[in-house]
Design a protein around this ligand. Structure first.
Ligand code: FPP
Length: 233
C-alpha cells in the first residue's frame, strides 16, 4: 500500500452510530474510542503513515450538553492515562494541538504527561486536535510571529509561508489526505493552513465502524488520486 506522510481524520458519527443502535451517545463515543485505538495501532504496526492528526474535540464542541462534554472529558482522561504504556512500547509520539487553557487541570496534566513521556519516541506521530480550532491556531501563530518581530528575533521580511508553518502548533508537514467519516462533507475548522492541498475523502461509514478494512479502502482511494498541486503533469 502507498505510504501517506500526513493523514488527517475528522472523527464523526459516534452519535448517529449509537442512535441507530438504540444506544446512548456516550456508548457511541465509547465505541469510537475503541475504533480509534485499533486504527492507531494498525497504522503504527503497518507503518502506513508518518503523521496522524485526529480532530477529536473542537472549541465549538464545548457547546454540547454539559453531560456529554463531561463524559467526553472523562473518557479522554482515562484514555490518555491508559494508553501511556502501550504508546511507549509502540514508539508512538504524541502531540496535542488546541487551546489547553479551556480544559480542566487534571486533563491538561494527563496530556502534558503523555507528551513528555513519548517525546523521545521516533515512530508514528499522533497529533490529537482537542479543544482545537483551525482559525485560532492561525491567530496564535500570527501573534507569535508579531512578538518575534517586536523583539527583533526576526525581521518583517523574514515572514513567509515556511516561517508561518513553523510557528503553528507543532511545525507539522502539510496534510496529504483528509478523511471525514459519517458522510458529512465539511472541514469544520480543521487544520485550515495545513490542508491547503490535501485530497479529501468522505466515506459514509460512522466512526465506530471505521476499521482497518475501511482504512485500506481509503488508502486505495488516495492511490487513485492525481495530485497536481496546481501544476500540469
Ligand atoms: C464525533 O461524533 C465525535 C466527537 C466529537 C467526540 C470525540 C471522539 C471520540 C470519543 C473518539 C475517541 C477519541 C479519544 C481521544 C478517546 P459526533 O458526536 O459528532 O457524532 P454525530 O455527529 O453523529 O452526533
Amino acid at each position: 500500500m502507498v505510504k501517506i506522510n500526513h493523514l488527517g481524520i475528522i472523527v464523526d458519527g459516534n452519535g448517529r452510530w449509537a442512535k441507530e443502535k438504540g444506544l446512548s451517545r456516550s456508548e457511541g463515543h465509547k465505541a469510537g474510542a475503541e475504533a480509534l485505538r485499533k486504527i492507531i495501532l494498525y497504522l503504527s504496526h503497518e507503518k502506513l503513515v508518518n503523521y496522524l492528526s485526529l480532530y477529536v474535540f473542537s472549541t465549538e464542541n464545548f457547546a454540547r450538553p454539559e453531560e456529554e462534554v463531561n463524559y467526553l472529558m472523562d473518557l479522554f482522561l482515562k484514555w490518555f492515562t491508559t494508553v501511556k504504556k502501550e504508546y511507549r512500547k509502540e514508539n508512538i509520539k504524541i502531540y496535542f494541538s488546541g487551546r489547553k487553557e479551556y480544559l480542566k487541570p487534571n486533563i491538561i496534566e494527563a496530556m502534558d504527561t503523555l507528551e513528555r513521556e513519548t517525546e523521545n519516541n521516533d515512530g508514528l506521530v499522533v497529533n490529537f486536535c482537542l479543544s482545537y480550532g483551525g482559525r485560532a491556531e492561525i491567530v496564535d501563530a500570527t501573534k507569535t510571529i508579531v512578538k518575534k518581530v517586536q523583539n527583533n528575533e526576526i525581521s518583517f521580511d523574514d515572514i513567509n509561508e515556511d516561517l508561518f508553518s513553523k510557528n503553528l502548533s507543532h511545525n507539522l508537514p502539510d496534510v496529504d489526505f483528509l478523511i471525514r467519516t459519517s458522510g458529512e462533507q465539511r472541514i469544520s475548522n480543521f487544520m485550515l493552513w495545513q490542508i491547503s492541498y490535501a485530497e479529501l475523502y468522505f466515506p459514509k461509514v460512522y466512526f465506530p465502524d471505521f476499521d482497518p478494512e475501511e482504512l485500506e479502502k481509503a488508502f486505495q482511494e488516495y492511490e487513485s488520486r492525481d495530485r497536481r498541486f496546481g501544476k500540469v503533469k
